[in-house]
Design a protein around this ligand. Structure first.
Ligand SMILES: Cc1cc2nc3c(=O)[nH]c(=O)nc-3n(C[C@H](O)[C@H](O)[C@H](O)COP(=O)(O)OP(=O)(O)OC[C@H]3O[C@@H](n4cnc5c(N)ncnc54)[C@H](O)[C@@H]3O)c2cc1C
Length: 54
């Protein structure tokens, strides 16, 4: 049986969480991170809420 390998870019919250799930399913996972240190907060902000009506 062959082992599928996955490369994940980014060691924020999502990257390691995805890696854990994939490892449990038998994938060989490598995470790369461009920042020299773990950021204390996110590097981006996503807001899906609609703007309030005026
Ligand atoms: C100021 C602020 C406060 C917040 N407070 C909260 C809170 O209180 N509670 C809450 O639930 N959420 C909060 N959030 C939101 C939460 O932090 C994000 O939703 C979450 O961090 C997103 O995780 P992520 O792994 O997708 O991205 P990120 O945490 O942004 O991580 C992405 C990682 O990928 C790396 N990367 C990017 N490009 C590359 C590349 N080409 N190669 C290698 N690595 C790369 C980055 O360096 C980074 O380490 C906050 C966000 C901000 C900005």
């Amino acid at each position: 049986m062959t082992t599928s390998r996955v490369l994940i870019s980014g060691a924020g919250v999502a990257g390691p969480a995805l890696a854990m799930g994939l490892r449990r399913r038998g994938f060989e996972v490598t995470i790369v991170e461009r920042a020299p240190h773990r950021a204390p907060a996110a590097t981006r902000w996503t807001c899906a809420a609609p703007a309030p009506k005026s």
